[in-house]
Ligand binder design. Structure first.
Ligand code: HEM
Length: 147
């Protein structure tokens, strides 16, 4: 079970990152090129898709955190102060940073809905999704994932 869920978390990471990057690029291009309309069929859909996928990844990550030997178990068995940097990344930095990142993405989504102008909508999505994306990229266990 641990292997299956970790593999799903690992594969879904590609999809989440690609869709988040697309949503961010779409918002920033809409903002900077002063597009006139925030369209339901494209702009809303890609931002919502990125939100939903990151929430699914959050839930999956939480489950993985509690069952994987690299998650909470690493902290309880080795002790938080004795984790080396790779273990600390998996058990501590990656989970906490990603939770904060997804909070930013969620705030961005809710705030953009309350904005009146198209420019403000694109700007809000750009800033909050961009910040979330940066946080996520800063704490991916790259060598374990792609190595
Ligand atoms: C958008 C958010 C996230 C992305 C893109 C992401 C991505 C990844 C990636 C690429 C790996 C490495 C998988 C591999 O070695 O093949 C990983 C591992 C892991 N993730 Fe996430 N993750 C996210 C959110 C979370 C959250 C919110 C938590 C926990 C609260 C979490 C917990 C873990 C744990 C514990 C591992 C280590 C699993 C193991 O090696 O057994 N992740 N994640």
């Amino acid at each position: 079970m641990q292997n299956i869920l970790t593999s799903v978390h690992s594969v879904l990471a590609y999809v989440v990152l690609i869709v988040l990057i697309l949503a961010f690029l779409n918002a920033i291009s809409g903002w900077l090129s002063k597009r006139e309309k925030f369209e339901m069929s494209k702009d809303l859909r890609i931002s919502l898709f990125a939100l939903i996928l990151s929430h699914i990844q959050l839930l999956l990550g939480l489950i993985v955190y509690f069952i994987s030997s690299n998650g909470l178990n690493a902290i309880t068995s080795i002790g938080i102060g004795n984790l080396n940097s790779a273990a600390r990344l998996l058990a501590l930095e990656h989970p906490t940073t990603n939770i904060i990142a997804i909070v930013f993405i969620t705030i961005g989504w809710s705030k953009h809905k309350r904005k009146e102008t198209t420019e403000a909508k694109f700007k809000t999505i750009s800033l909050y999704y961009g910040l979330g994306l940066l946080l996520i990229l800063s704490r991916i266990p790259w060598s374990q994932w792609l190595g």
